[in-house]
Design a protein around this ligand. Structure first.
Ligand code: ADP
Ligand code: MG
Length: 608
């Protein structure tokens, strides 16, 4: 290995003191980490074009190549680059508090070269000839002169060839491709000033041009459909600036998976910033839902500690409160000055009279969400009392829902609930019942109860065969590229759970069959919820992902609050509940039954 005596080299070995202050840990976890590190090196090299080429066989990602038009390296630096803790980006511990580059630890190339075969070709603008280095398992195999354009290309083959334990944990090709896609997408958002291109086996998967704004990059990645619906945001306080785009309240998701953040050009995850974004929407979106957002936040580099996570995915902020409230205010102000009428787009919406605008702004989004979530579409109870015909339809719908889980009525398994006598229903949601001895009161949440029943039933069926129903007209859902990859990677799980899903054109999937229990309750919103779960849970095991989908189906398929039940329906529901594995909690861990003994009631009424 080259020594660090040559004072001409740009890349230098960090001294021990600096090495000891950097966050240690595994940098290269999977092929996507290789992509991220190489792309960030290209960004640091000032490249205006960054090309990523992936090849796969039928099972695995077999090679990763990143080409850039950046500054390149001299021959001596090119060898130095592979030495652990050799970097051109910092010198002394103090430099860690003012980092303006993506990399700074001098670890990535050494870590990559240790577990694969790397071919590097590079040339600076001021050299006539370039350098090629081949290195395998950390050993330099050859160094030679080559004639190439200015810039750097690094090709990585045989990833993890000498670390069988790592190799064993590599996920399927689709899962790895999904992570690679997400990594490149995140860098493209973080660096609109560079053009990006991702190809997989020669096929282009993502392409962006150099632009100056994140909003332009969003249009390039997601096409015009989403870009007509986004709300550009640009705001600042003395400590920070936030630019990018958010979405209308009706475009929200069940998790924070479509909140893309970068801080000072670095893609990061930050629960605090996610909470701030959520807070900025306030009551415009329902509890438990999240907007989509693409935000680039700039903060003085002395206030951001990027040296807390081995893969640099997390950050620590000084003056966090100020920064967080700045983000929340920016979101709130932007939403307040935007015309949020459902379906209106900034470009073509006719402006309603001011008085209408004010009331629509505060009421429509919430109401439209709640109505669609809590009531079957056939019944309209939002205005005035329902007609008797309306009630009839509702009871019939509930009957159908209970029949789908009907075989649990007869299930002779253990009965985990005490016998009870139904007293009645309150608020179209809670069932009141008394114990047979008449000394205990039970309050049962009908939605949570049916959710538990469905969940248990789907889990049981999963081991044998989930009953599915074919849709007469397939439901076509449009998905973004990351979501499409997530669906492809999980097609087996979806099939196992009763969905039949086919690709439908370049941006969509057609749902041809769904689990029987969903009945008519299927809508694109629910599919989006399931897909978002798959995207966000992609790091989890197949079993955990499956469980999450079952919980979502159970929640969506269950009898809702707002459904009046007949005494007979209440009895059936409780009978079915008594045969579940855990009648006292729903799959999300919330209580299904509250009970008050006579003694407790006495105490509450100060009788003792
Ligand atoms: P770090 O990025 O933390 O400095 P790396 O191991 O990723 O550590 O890279 C080591 C050094 O190699 C960098 O500091 C940089 O000087 C040089 N280097 C790596 N990739 C490139 C590239 N694509 N273009 C120019 N220089 C590069
Ligand atoms: Mg680096």
């Amino acid at each position: 290995m080259p020594e660090n005596k040559d004072s001409d080299t740009i890349i230098r070995l960090l001294d021990d003191e600096t090495v000891n202050t950097i966050a240690a840990g595994e940098v290269i976890e999977r092929p996507a980490s290789v992509v991220k590190e190489l792309v960030e090196n290209a960004v640091d090299a000032g490249a205006d074009m960054i090309k990523v080429d992936i090849t796969t066989d039928t099972q695995y990602v077999t090679s990763v190549q990143v080409s850039d038009t950046g500054c390149g390296m001299h021959a001596s630096d090119a060898q130095m680059a592979f030495v652990r803790h050799a970097t051109s980006k910092i010198r002394v511990p103090d430099d860690l508090s003012r980092i303006h580059t993506m990399g700074f630890r001098g670890e990535a190339l050494a870590s990559i070269a240790a577990v694969s075969r790397v071919t590097l070709v590079t040339r600076t603008a001021d050299s006539d000839v370039g350098t090629e280095i081949v290195i395998e398992g950390g050993e330099i195999l050859s160094v030679s002169d080559v004639s190439i354009p200015k810039g750097t290309t690094i090709r990585v083959d045989n990833i993890f060839y000498n670390t069988p334990a790592r190799r064993k944990f590599l996920k399927s090709r689709q899962t790895e491709l999904f992570h690679i896609y997400r990594a490149v997408e995140a860098e493209a958002f973080a660096h609109p000033e560079s053009a990006f291109r991702l190809r997989v086996n020669g096929k282009e998967k993502l392409r962006t041009q150099r632009t100056t704004t994140i909003a332009d990059t969003i249009t390039q990645v997601f096409g015009t459909d989403l870009s007509t619906r986004i709300i550009p945001i640009s705001a600042g306080t003395p400590v920070m600036r936030v630019d990018g785009a958010i979405v209308r309240p009706e475009d929200c998701r069940p998790n924070a998976g479509e909140i893309h953040l970068c801080v000072n050009g670095r893609p990061v995850t930050s629960p605090q910033i996610v909470r701030a974004i959520r807070a900025g929407y306030g009551t415009l979106i329902a509890k438990g839902r999240f907007p989509m957002a693409y935000l680039s936040i700039r903060i003085d580099s002395s206030l951001v500690d990027v040296n807390v996570h081995p893969a640099k995915r997390e950050i620590r902020l000084s003056r966090e409160k100020e920064i967080i409230s700045g983000v929340a205010d920016a979101i709130r102000d932007t939403l307040q000055t935007t015309d949020l009428i459902y379906g209106a787009t900034p470009a073509n919406a006719p402006a309603p009279p001011a008085s209408v605008q004010a009331s629509v702004y505060t009421h429509i989004p919430r109401q439209s969400l709640e109505v669609s979530e809590s009531l079957p579409k056939t019944v309209n109870t939002s205005f005035g009392p329902a007609s008797s015909e309306g009630f009839h339809i509702r009871y019939a719908t509930t009957d159908k829902q209970l029949r789908l889980t009907g075989h649990m009525d007869e299930d002779a398994g253990v009965n985990l609930l005490p016998p009870m006598r139904i007293i009645g229903q309150v608020a179209d949601l809670y069932i009141l019942a008394a114990s047979r001895e008449n000394d205990e009161l039970f309050i049962i949440d009908q939605h949570a109860a049916h959710e538990r029943i469905l969940y248990d039933q789907l889990c049981q069926q999963r081991d044998t065969n989930v009953q599915r129903q074919e849709l007469l007209v397939p439901l076509v859902v449009e998905l973004n590229p990351a979501e499409k990859l997530a669906v492809s990677a999980n097609i087996d799980i979806l099939l196992e759970l009763g969905f039949i899903v086919d690709e439908f054109g370049p941006d969509a999937f057609a749902i041809r069959a769904v689990p029987m229990v969903l009945g008519k309750r299927l809508g694109t919103e629910m599919i989006h919820d399931i897909v978002s779960d798959l995207v966000i849970e992609s790091r989890k095991s197949a079993d955990e992902r499956c469980d999450r989908i079952i919980a979502t189906i159970a929640c969506r398929g269950a009898i809702k609050g707002g459904s009046p039940l007949t005494p007979e329906q209440m009895e059936r529901l409780i009978l079915q509940l008594s045969h579940t594995s855990e009648p006292y909690t729903c799959p999300h861990g919330r209580p299904v039954i509250l009970s008050y003994s006579e003694k407790e009631m006495d105490r509450m009424f100060h009788r003792t």
